[in-house]
Structure formats: C-alpha cells, structure tokens
Design a protein around this ligand. Sequence first.
Ligand SMILES: [Zn+2]
Length: 424
Amino acid sequence: MGLIFTLNNNSSNIEIDALTENIINNIQSELVKVNKYIVYGTHLNIDGKLKINLTDNNIYEVKLILKDIKSTEISYDVDYNIDENGITFSTSDEINGGINLEEIAQGEYYILLKVVSNIDEIQSDNYYLLNNKTEYENVEYYTITKNNTNNKINISSSEDLLKGILVSYMNISVKKNKLPVDIYDIVIDPGHGGNDPGAVKDEYNESEIVLEYSLNLKNRLEELGLKVKLVREEDKYIDAYGEEGRGVVPNLVKSKYVFSIHLNSSDVDMETGGVEVYSPSNSNLYFPKLIADNIVSIANTTYSPNILYKVQDGVYVRNYIEEEIIEAKKYASELGYEEYNITTDTQYMFMIRETGGIATNAYIDGRNTKYGVNKYYNSNIGAEGYLLELGFMNYSNDLNNLLNNKNAYVEAIAKSIQEYLNIK
Ligand SMILES: [Zn+2]
C-alpha cells in the first residue's frame, strides 16, 4: 500500500495513479497525532489530536474514515472537542465500542480523519493522515469464524513519500484468510480445578460442575461454527499466569472473547439466588445484559439479589476499591517490589483484567515473583472477558436448577453469543 504515495514511474498504471491522485489531492499536510490505539474484543479504538488553526473555520463534521483506492468511504462517528489548539477526538469512550472490525469489507484502506468545514458557504472536505505516536505499531487480527470463513486484518503504521515529502500514516488491509490452527474465536475458562474445588456444597464441587457446563457450551458453540478453546478439559489445577495460565491463554490463541464460568456461594443463608455476569468497566453492557436476561428467562432462574457492584439486574462491574488499593500497596512493600499502578478504574477480576491487556489495565508484569508473568499485560490487543456466576451453590433452588437444568443455561449463553456476534 505504500506505493500509493510514491511517485509512480510505471506508465502502465496510469488509471490507478489518477485514482491515487484523487485521494492525495484532498489530503492536508497536517498529521493527526494518534495517542491511543487499542483492539479489544472485536472493536478498534483510536484517540488522537489534530493541531490546526481553526480561525474562521466553521467545522460542522468530524469523522474517522476508512478510504480505499476507489475513494469508497466507510465513515465512523467520533466524540470530538474543538478548541484553539485544534481537534481532539475519540472513536468511543467504551472499550468494546468504536470500529467493529468484523464489519469491514475486504479491501485496502487508509485510516483518515475527515473534517468538513464551511467557509463563506463553501463546503470543503479535508482529510488528514494518522501519525501513530503510540508504542504499538502493527496489529494482526482474525475475524470470528462465520460460514467457515475468516478475514485476516492487518492494521499498519508506516512512513512513505507523499509528493516527495516523508509522511506517516495508518492503514487497514482486510483479506480472506483461513484461520491458522493455533488461533481461536472464543476461549472458555471453567473456573478452579484440581486441588482448587471452588465452592463446595455437600458432595458437589464447583470445579466439576463448571467443567461439564463448559464442555457443553463448547459443543454448542462449535455447532454454530465457532472455533472454541477450553482453558482446561479435565479436573486439573491451572495457574493464573505463565505460558499456559488461564489469564494468558486467551491472548495466546488471539481469541476475541473469553467466558469464565463459575458458581457462586455466600457466607449467609440465601433467601433467593440467581445469576451475576461480571463485566469490564468503561464498556458497553448490552452483551452481558443479554447474557443475564437470557439465562434468567431460558434457565428459569432469577437475577442475583446481591447489590454490591451491581450496575443493572444481573450485570456487575467489579473494580478495585480504595481499601483494596491500600492493601495492595502494603503487600507490595512487604514483598519488596514496586507497587502496581492500581486505581479505582482497575478491574478486580483477573480473568477480565489480564485477558484484556491495556484496555482493562492488566498489570501482572512479573515484578511480584510469587506469580508468573502475563506476557500480554502490555498488549494493545485484548480479549473481551466476562465472568459468569450462574447461581449460588448454597441456595438449594439454584443448586437443583444448576444440576438438573444444565442444557437451558448453556443454551441461554450460546444464544446470547449467537445473537451478539450476528451468527446465522
Ligand atoms: Zn468460582
């Protein structure tokens, strides 16, 4: 794609040159400074700043554009702010919002900021290239398997000559590509395992029940054509981090989503039980709400009565609270490592936090030698993670339902995934 901006000496390419000119002619010399560039789940988000002199300009539209060589434009709304220094924009303030990579048609595109202004009643469309100022360069992404096909998406940051001047730009290439054997659409994490049974009630262990659930869910999702990996397929202990850790596997196999399956229990006797779906913060909660609603209606259960961290019926967002941040600092100084940068924006649930990379403030970088390393903690590509507490083992109605109505829970989760990912 770099050739587009080079002066082309190949005379057989005159037609393409004319089209190229068409793109180049509208491109302004100022560059957009990109300061955030993240792929989370199936979505791309870019934040940036364009320094331009806005005197007398009446700007009435700012969009992020994917533009191909035929000048076809795919347009995305951005949140933007204009002041005397220029335009600051963000594709979304939700980590799972912004540009849906699944919906981009095959092709080669430049990523441009389009600014439409109106001066003396003459409209002008100005396009600006993106200069990637983040520490992240190129991203490789495989779309979710649909009808046994996938696209491979490459997002690149490059430098090239534009009319003899060296400029930076970002582009996206979307090509049909068979999914490599070691790459998966979805990872399911059956909680606990081995010498960690999780919650226990009478002869029942959480670790065994959630494994059966997870195996059934994998089968059901495979029937929908999805490629699914389980973190464990037997009753064995799994480390949180390290090469095969449950918090690492989703990124190792480039899965777009990870579902951690658990059963709840509480210290007090429960009047009622029900479902809790833990979700990333700063995210759109449509999907977890769909999962919670479907479980309640299809598995004939209820929303959990627990109000702590609850944001909607059945939907929970669990970040660190002040007391826990103080505890974490104390713990770090006791063990003699430099404390992590944990804030009230940091996810508490490690299966949501560590699998999401920088989007969810993952931080297990190995400084605390008691744990292994999450080698993707600093990744700008992360899996979108949810932790499902299907019901309470110490509440007999829930336990009976969980033991005898498994297919309904599995069907509810599978149906939610099918609908959200638009799988026919
Ligand atoms: Zn559990």
